[in-house]
Design a protein around this ligand. Structure first.
Ligand code: ATP
Ligand code: MG
Length: 561
């Protein structure tokens, strides 16, 4: 492809609204343009990458027996009502003016619709059906370019099985295929969430990449591969050290002191000497939740520890329950159940509220003064804490979900009456799985992981072109002739070549080549040509060397393996 005729509108400056690296570089390299918030047009260069990713996905899903469909994006609303998902999706679902239709955010319903009445017998299964198709979601906060769009391309696959045991097999096939797909793309990824193993029907795993642009926070252990969302991640934490001598408890007048910050300022103490209290109502029962003053309660862990419904106590309830306002509540003398974070286990010489407005207590010994206190893991794991699996250090960072595999069980088949007959002629709902990959997200995540200050650094697999061929001076006939013949020969040899034949300054061409990031650059200039030589630059390492024209093709083959 000749760059003079190819539509690649590169930008020198960083576009205003772009923050994350992949968004900036996809715009600057002319891969995409925004049409409207969260809606992107892929231009020829960008679409080449999307096609390459799609092809890898296709090959690997076909390899495990997947059959490719192409379903309509415009769906009759009544099918979505069969599973009650018009309501479940809420505002995320795009409705069109004609309320009989919706724009599909995913395709469980439509695939189940096609399976219903067709897969009548256990003999009709297993089946894996998939497609690579546009999805529509009215995301509340579209951001980071194509990473969270309102229209995006998804590979969505669905498995149909006659038992949970067989679902486990379909699920394992996808797990394997996903690893191959992301390995082939050259992504560094990790897997969050454990599959439930046999018969569970609720296993799910997310394939994630580390990225500043991520909206999930995960705890990850490099040495054993343990990975979990911080909402649920466990960690080995040292409890606060128990001091040798427990002081007597003492009531202190603390007028208008409401927060831990104010208390520490007023008494000139450190947050780690305090225990922060909060009262929640758990299925009607008041419970005091205690945590070290400089820590925060993880709501998911709290809900898991208590089970049932958990809500904060209202201010008027607080006084009734504890005898004090919110700023003065504490464990000593609290009349109801008390739970504390593990880090506080058996701690002493603590400051906390006195259950008397405007008073606090010092010298609290949880062992001595708070009988019946229960301990739970109530805080989020933090970087540097121990991995519960292997004892190494955990790292906590933001991550993006690339793909998701999920044992649906019979949620959709039961709701939609998609039943089959087993060996004994008994009817059962089909056992299903669903498996998604965000195709554009794969491209964006690759760029997140492979760029430098000059631009994108493609690998051979995803690069829109293998080589960017640069003719330094288009006014010199010998340069143009040599470049043309190299271009034709490289194409003949099966390489994809982007030939910069524009009449432009060398510096401009070099910058564009680094920005677009093809794995190899071949530079044809007048001086070297006189010695029958051209220059090769490896984009990834920045390494440059000269090679004789007749050795060029062998050299290029070596470098692109
Ligand atoms: P997220 O938590 O990021 O919203 P999700 O759980 O809603 O993802 P799924 O419904 O499992 O995602 O969709 C499968 C895949 O589709 C995701 O793993 C992701 O790669 C991609 N995807 C989901 N939402 C978007 C979006 N708004 N823009 C681009 N890709 C998306
Ligand atoms: Mg979502």
């Amino acid at each position: 492809m000749k760059l003079s005729k190819y539509f690649v509108p590169t930008l020198k400056e960083v576009p205003n609204d772009a923050v994350v690296a992949s968004h900036v570089l996809m715009l600057r390299s002319g891969m995409v343009r925004m049409l409207s918030a969260g809606i992107y047009s892929f231009l020829p260069l960008g679409y080449k990458v999307i096609k390459k990713i799609s092809e890898i996905i296709r090959e690997e899903i076909d390899y495990i027996g997947g059959q490719e469909f192409h379903l309509p994006a415009l769906n009759p609303r009544e099918i979505w009502e069969e599973t009650n998902r018009v309501e479940a999706f809420g505002d995320t679902l795009f409705h069109i003016k004609n309320r009989d239709y919706v724009l599909a955010p995913t395709h469980e319903e439509i695939m189940t619709y096609h399976a219903r009445n067709v897969m009548k017998s256990y003999k009709d299964m297993p089946q894996i059906w998939y497609q690579i198709q546009t999805k529509f979601r009215n995301e509340a906060r579209p951001r980071s370019g194509v990473i969270r769009g309102r229209q995006f391309l998804m590979k969505d696959a669905y498995s149909f099985d006659s038992s949970y045991e067989n679902l486990d097999k379909s699920y394992a096939l996808h797990d394997e295929a996903y690893r191959k797909i992301f390995d082939r793309c050259g992504l560094k990824y990790f897997v969050v969430g454990a599959s439930s193993g046999a018969m569970g029907g609720t296993g799910s795993e997310e394939f994630m990449v580390r990225s500043e642009a991520g909206e999930d926070t995960v705890a990850y252990c490099e040495s054993c591969g343990y990975a979990a969302n911080v909402e649920v991640a466990a960690s080995v934490v040292d409890s606060k050290k128990r001091e040798e001598v427990s002081e007597e408890i003492k009531e202190i007048h603390t007028p208008n002191i409401k927060s831990i910050d104010e208390l520490c300022g007023f008494l000139k103490i450190d947050e780690t000497q305090t225990a922060k209290s909060r009262v929640v109502i758990n299925d009607g029962e008041p419970i005091l939740v205690l945590i070290l003053g400089n820590e925060e309660v993880n709501e998911t862990k709290l809900e898991k520890a208590l089970g049932g419904n958990v809500r904060p106590a209202h201010p008027e309830e607080l006084v009734k329950i504890s005898g004090a306002d919110a700023g003065s509540i504490g464990p000593v003398g609290f009349k109801h159940r008390i739970i504390a974070d593990l880090k506080l286990k058996d701690a002493n010489n603590l400051y906390s509220g006195a259950n008397k407005t405007d008073y606090h207590i010092s010298g609290i010994d949880l062992m001595r003064d708070v009988p019946g206190i229960e301990y739970f893991d109530l805080r989020s794991a933090q970087s540097g804490e121990g991995c519960t699996g292997c004892g190494s250090k955990l790292e906590v960072f933001s991550a993006i979900e690339l793909g998701h595999i999920f044992k649906l069980g019979t949620k959709y088949s039961a709701a939609m009456g998609a039943n089959f007959l087993d060996e004994n002629g008994e009817a059962h709902p089909i056992v299903m799985g669903s498996y998604g990959i965000g195709v554009e997200r794969v491209a964006a995540c690759f760029i997140e992981q492979n760029h430098d200050e000059k631009g994108i650094v493609w690998n051979k697999v995803l690069a829109p072109f293998d080589i960017q061929l640069i003719a330094l001076n288009m006014k010199k006939e010998d340069v143009v002739n040599a470049a043309e013949s190299v271009y034709l020969k490289l194409k003949e040899e099966g390489f994809e070549v982007l030939y910069d034949d524009r009449e432009a300054q060398a510096g401009f061409k070099f910058n564009d080549a680094d920005l677009l990031g093809m794995p190899l650059q071949i530079v044809i200039g007048e001086k070297k040509l006189k010695e029958n030589k051209v220059e090769i630059k490896v984009r990834k390492t920045g390494e440059r060397f000269d090679t004789e024209l007749e050795n060029l093709y062998i050299k290029v083959k070596e470098l692109l393996i």
